[in-house]
Design a protein around this ligand. Structure first.
Ligand SMILES: C[S@@+](CC[C@H](N)C(=O)[O-])C[C@H]1O[C@@H](n2cnc3c(N)ncnc32)[C@H](O)[C@@H]1O
Length: 288
C-alpha cells in the first residue's frame, strides 16, 4: 500500500523501475535506490560509454548490492568494477567516498548509476523520551504517513488522537505540515516533549478531537481501544463519525474489523491491509 501510494502502481517484485525521484530514506520498506546514469547491453559497451562521456567523480567507490533476479555474480562484479574504475576519472576512496556507484544486470541489460541506501532516519525516533506499549511501531507509523500523503508532501495532515506522537514525529521528519490532538493532559504533555526533543516546533494540541473545527487534507486516526483508558464502542464510533467532518481522506487504524462502522460514518474504503506486532493485529483502512 505504501509503494502504491508513493509510486502510483502495484509493485509485485522486490525491485522496480520508476521515473519518480523518491528519497530511499523516505520509506522503511525501500532498501536502496540506483539513479540510473547509463545502460548498456554489455560490460564492454558500458566501459566505452563512460570513456566517451569522460565520466568524472571526485572520489568514489562501488557499492555491492543484490537485486532479486539480478544476474551479477561476485566474480563478474569484481571484474566489472575494476574495468569501469579504470575509465572513471577520479580517485577510488573506500572509506569516505563522496559518491557511491552501483552496477547490476537485469534482463541482460547492464545498469550503471548512483547508489544511495536507506539511512533509516526513523530509527532515532525510538529514542524519544516517552513511549507507550500500545504505540505504533515507528516503521509502521512512517509507512502510514507515506500512505496518507503519497507524493503530496505539502498535504495538511492531522492526527486527531495522537497519543505520544509516533505518527506526528514521522510526518515532521518528512517535512509534512502536521497537527496532533490528544485529550489526555499527561499524554499530550509527553507528546509535546517527544516533539521538542527532536527540535520540532509545537504542533501538539491538548484537546478533544470532537472540537476540531479546522479542515485537513488527510487524517491518520489510530483509534483509541481502551487498553490504558476506557473507551466504549459508542465513543469509538463517535470518533470515526467526527473524523468525517475534519478530513476528506482518512487512514484509520483499528484493532478489530470496523468496516461497517466506517461505511456508516459516510466513508468509502478504497484500500486495506493488516499489520501485526507480535500477536496484536491492526486493521489499516484507507477511506475517502
Ligand atoms: C491508540 S492511542 C494513539 C497512539 C498513537 N498513534 C501512538 O502510536 O503513540 C489513542 C489516543 O487517543 C486519545 N484519545 C481518546 N479519545 C480522544 C479524543 N476524543 N480526542 C483526542 N484524543 C483522544 C487517547 O488518550 C490515546 O492516547
Amino acid at each position: 500500500m505504501e509503494m502504491k501510494s508513493l509510486f502510483d502502481k502495484d509493485i509485485p517484485k522486490k525491485y522496480f523501475f520508476s521515473s519518480r525521484s523518491i528519497d530511499p530514506s523516505r520509506s522503511p520498506f525501500i532498501k536502496l535506490r540506483i539513479s540510473i546514469l547509463y545502460t548498456a547491453s554489455s560490460l564492454e559497451e558500458l566501459v566505452q560509454i563512460l570513456s566517451v562521456e569522460k565520466m568524472t567523480c571526485a572520489n568514489f567507490k562501488f557499492a555491492r548490492f543484490k537485486v532479486e533476479e539480478g544476474q551479477l555474480d561476485y566474480a563478474t562484479w569484481i571484474h566489472s568494477v575494476t574495468e569501469l574504475g579504470r575509465v572513471i576519472q577520479g580517485e577510488v576512496d573506500m572509506k569516505n567516498p563522496s559518491i557511491q556507484l552501483g552496477i547490476t544486470i537485469i534482463d541482460d541489460r547492464w545498469i550503471f548509476g548512483i547508489y544511495e541506501r536507506n539511512e533509516s532516519p526513523w530509527e532515532k525516533h525510538n529514542l524519544k523520551p516517552y513511549t507507550n506499549s500500545n504505540s505504533l511501531e515507528t516503521r509502521t507509523a512512517r509507512a502510514v504517513v507515506n500512505i496518507a500523503v503519497g507524493q503530496q508532501i505539502q498535504t495538511r495532515l492531522v492526527d486527531p488522537c495522537c497519543g505520544i506522537g509516533t505518527v506526528v514525529l514521522e510526518a515532521l521528519s518528512l517535512a509534512i505540515p502536521v497537527t496532533g490532538y490528544e485529550i489526555s493532559w499527561t499524554i499530550a504533555n509527553q507528546a509535546k516533549q517527544n516533539v521538542s526533543y527532536f527540535g520540532y516546533d509545537r504542533c501538539i494540541i491538548k484537546g478533544d478531537m470532537h472540537e476540531i473545527t479546522e479542515k485537513y487534507d488527510v487524517a491518520i486516526l489510530d483509534l483509541p481501544y481502551g487498553l490504558f483508558s476506557h473507551v466504549t464502542d459508542k465513543q469509538q464510533k463517535s470518533i470515526i463519525h467526527a473524523s468525517r467532518h475534519i478530513t476528506e481522506k482518512l487512514i484509520l487504524i483499528t484493532c478489530v474489523d470496523m468496516d461497517e462502522e466506517i461505511t456508516c460514518a459516510g466513508f468509502t474504503i478504497v484500500d486495506c491491509c493488516t499489520v501485526t506486532k507480535g500477536t496484536f493485529v491492526r486493521y489499516v483502512r484507507v477511506c475517502r
